[in-house]
Design a protein around this ligand. Structure first.
Ligand code: TUI
Length: 315
């Protein structure tokens, strides 16, 4: 067993959150992770209230354990979703791609724990003042929309600057990553990419195969010039993004190229022209396993590593 403030607060067997990935993290995956003793999270992406309600209802049928919902703060339906979540009172809300400041009190009022995602120390410090329950610190190794600082520096920097629990994300995929994150000051971890290949994850088989077949260098960043850098599989789409950026195309034109491309990858399995979001840890992901197998393997590895590390000290 691992001592963790966050796991204790939320009643989790293991101190692990599953990333709330848009299109990817449906009720099926979230429920499987929660049933296995982690925190499953539904990724609400650009859903409206009606779609999210359906996912929450489905998750409640599949698990009686706590689970969460990730809110993408860029979602045009965000106000509708916050109002829905006030009624639904899910255990946890995580937020990405912005500052959830104006919503925090409403979640606290209904007992929902809130964990914003921060890619910088400055944002983590601002969020701490809102008295959230912990900060998910996402390093640039992560997949999807990312910040610039990587986990090895970002995690300890945030940990020494705030007193809330830190959940480390970005680049973590196995027991080695979990132990490293703990050494850097994390109380818990969040893992995305490895759960994309979970048996219970509904992404197209081509998407899972792309992750399993890729090495760490295949997960490239595009869109830096637009201020919305995204890490995903290097393919025809990322080459086209690079071309537009080099040509000095407008932000609007570059962002238009991305429209509908995550859905194309997840639903249609278009790994050539789709946005196959994945972290650098894709290079470490080797096979499809159930969420339970993934979690149990990670923490049994972590336990062995911690035990063996003691022998590094020569007395
Ligand atoms: O949100 C993510 N990862 C995502 S969202 C996403 S959907 C999408 N699709 C196409 C284009 C863009 C997004 C795919 N992956 N991770 C959490 C995260 N949050 N990463 C970075 C941030 C972030 C960035 C700026 C959080 C806060 C922030 O604050 C700005 C401010 O208000 O100070």
């Amino acid at each position: 067993m691992f001592k963790s403030k966050v796991a204790e607060l939320l009643g989790l067997k293991y101190p692990i959150f599953q990333g709330g990935m848009a299109w990817v993290a449906t009720a099926e995956l979230a429920a499987a992770v929660s049933n296995a003793g982690g925190l499953g999270i539904i990724g609400s992406g650009n859903m409206n209230g009606e779609l999210l309600k359906k996912e929450i209802d489905k998750a409640r049928k599949l698990t009686d354990k706590p689970f969460g919902v990730n809110l993408l703060l860029l979602n045009p339906f965000i106000d509708e979703l916050v109002a829905l979540l006030e009624k639904e009172k899910v255990s946890v809300v995580t937020t990405g791609a912005g500052n959830p400041g104006k919503y925090v009190e409403r979640f606290k009022a209904v007992g929902t724990k809130i964990f914003p995602i921060a890619p910088t120390v400055a944002l983590a410090k601002r969020l701490e003042r809102l008295s959230v329950d912990g900060i998910i610190v996402e390093g640039g190794e992560a997949g999807g929309h990312i910040g610039e600082i990587n986990s090895f520096v970002l995690t300890p920097l945030v940990e020494e600057n705030i007193s809330l629990p830190v959940i480390a994300a970005g680049g973590i995929t196995d027991g080695r990553g979990v132990v490293a994150a703990m050494a850097l000051g994390a109380d818990a971890v969040q893992i995305g990419t490895r759960f994309v290949v979970a048996t219970e994850c509904i992404v197209h088989p081509n998407y899972k195969k792309a992750i399993i077949d890729s090495d760490a260098r295949d997960a490239v960043v595009t869109g830096r010039s637009t201020g919305h850098p995204v890490r995903c599989l290097k393919n025809k789409l990322t080459r086209e993004f690079d071309r537009l950026e080099k040509e000095g195309s407008s932000k609007e034109e570059i962002e238009r190229l991305g429209t509908g491309k995550l859905r194309a990858a997840v639903v249609d399995g278009d790994i050539g022209w789709g946005s196959v979001m994945m972290g650098q840890s894709a290079g470490l992901v080797k096979k499809e396993q159930s969420a339970k197998e993934i979690i149990e393997e990670i923490f049994s590895e972590a336990e062995k590593i911690i035990y063996n590390l003691q022998s590094k000290i020569v007395k």
